[in-house]
Design a protein around this ligand. Sequence first.
Ligand code: DC
Length: 232
Amino acid sequence: MAERGIKNEVDVITIDGPSGSGKGTISRLLANRLGWHFLDSGALYRLVGLAATRHAIKFNDTSGLATLAAHLDVEFVSDEDGMETKIYLEGEEVTNTIRSEECGDDASKIAAVQAVRDSLFERQRAFSVAPGLVADGRDMGTVIFPGARLKVFLTASLEERATRRYKQLKEKGLNANLSALLEELSGRDERDRNRSSSPLVVADGAVTIDTSSMGIDEVVEKVSDLWQQVSA
Ligand code: DC
């Protein structure tokens, strides 16, 4: 196992923050602009949740969940321009399936299990391959890549995040209800921030950006500028 706290040999930018803060879109665009790899760590937790449900592993069966996470058969297949990634679980495409609020909520529950987090540690570290990695999640800057040269914490008001999630779900043709989303997001925030294992906190040295009234391009520009500064 890589020693925790080890300095990354490959350049890494970590983008952490709560659900709906824009992390996913910003991280992917940034990775694309830099020609780097992209880690959507939330997808891994969503996949463990989905696999657990499919294999009838209960969420309180911590050793069952940890074994499942350690042997999870997943594949991320990106298209040529790196803007779309198809996700396969045990050979079946689940790209849209894992984006449902139910999968997000299940992910948040199993993500509180330390043994699951341990099982996914090496898998996430393995994404840091040259020329660089943009890593999106909750504990990228605190636990998985504490040696990253640039750490960003993206945030936005609960209302703004719920509205964005509502639009995203609608665009994907999935069911969405704004007031239910507000409730779910605030419950998930609460769980992600207050769990004892790798809670969502601002990493030491991270730059916090409130994206509530910023456009996507503006945020990407800002993070790119920050990277230019630290890498100059
Ligand atoms: O980013 P997301 O909404 O896809 O993440 C789903 C859940 O997974 C989130 O509520 C908390 C958990 N998660 C985590 O605990 N650590 C990460 N690095 C990424 C996600």
